[in-house]
Write a protein that binds this ligand. Sequence first.
Ligand SMILES: [Zn+2]
Ligand SMILES: [Zn+2]
Length: 396
Amino acid sequence: MILEKLKEKENKIIELRRILHQYPEIAHKEYETQKIILEYLENIGIEGKKVAGTGVIATIEGKNRGKTVALRADMDALAIREENDVSYKSKNDGFMHACGHDNHMSMIYGAALVLNEMKDKLNGNIRIIFQPAEEEGTLGGAKPMIEQGAIENVDYILGMHVWPDLPEGVLGLRSGPFFAAADNIIIEILGKGGHGAKPDQAVDPIMVSSKVIDSLHTISGREIDPLEPFVITIGSIHGGTSHNIIPDKVEMMGTVRTMDKKTREIMENKLNRIISGITSAFNANYKFKYIYGYPILVNDPWVTDFVRNIASGILGNENVVIAKQTMGGEDFAYYLEKVPGTFMVLGTYNEKLGFTNNVHTSRFNVNEKILAIGSTIFVESALALLNYSWTKNNPS
Ligand SMILES: [Zn+2]
Ligand SMILES: [Zn+2]
């Protein structure tokens, strides 16, 4: 019934998605996006409030007192030039909603549209959260949103990501750790410059860097259980100016992904020990910085199972699967540290229609039919959570 209702409103949801898609903005610069969201909410009688710079929150107050369920969408785009040939192609050259956050915002808008119409029957409240800067990586947008009251009085929180790893329309859920902690590292190898033909009179930081990189890649299986999810990637390495000059130093940047809190906690010391040992063996020095990013995203088992039941009723058991863990990071993790909830993934892969490209690529796109499905899962799950808590707390 909710699905039918949302299919009727599909045009409005797609309209918003296409507008947002045309005006992608990167982390903390979502000014136009914020304006559009506020306007669309206002047009359906919901008063949004600016939070954390470019974020928006709103509350739909139900007639009956009860719990509060939050629905969260992220707002930012990426610095990628869009290569999709569509009528609603990005108008901000060099930027694109390549992670699908335009879809997330539209799905939450669709959910708000229906829930607001039902507010006289709601047994509790709905908090709508449009959060900036998910892609930013270290500080992110979730933390400032929380600090500025986005989840005040919230009892449960739900979020969703479009997911080309799953077939279109299939919902992936997972209890416990789902997305990895995403930390960054900066390493400087300090040697002693010299002539390329006389390396014995220098300390070659490029050679030492190669040993350091090599050793860091032995952590999985040698330093931690090989069965434990772990990734280290050195994504940037800079040093030297010419064929025959040994430089003074090499700078590297990388990312460390862990899925277990204890493993994450020992990583900084472990890396430091390895870098220190290798550099000292070759008479070099080093500087090392471990920058903590988003924590591990841990879904609440009870809420996840609850939503699984609801989603199975809408999509059928065969279309609700246990999602594979991912070493990607998600700042939805911060909300889940405070409030029980679940972060879901909604499949978008459709070979027939050509929606096969991954997120963060210039040709990522989805079949917009999934928007109404996403909104429905939000609405039905939120209603069930409110009703469940209400009948339990108000047996009369
Ligand atoms: Zn992304
Ligand atoms: Zn994303």
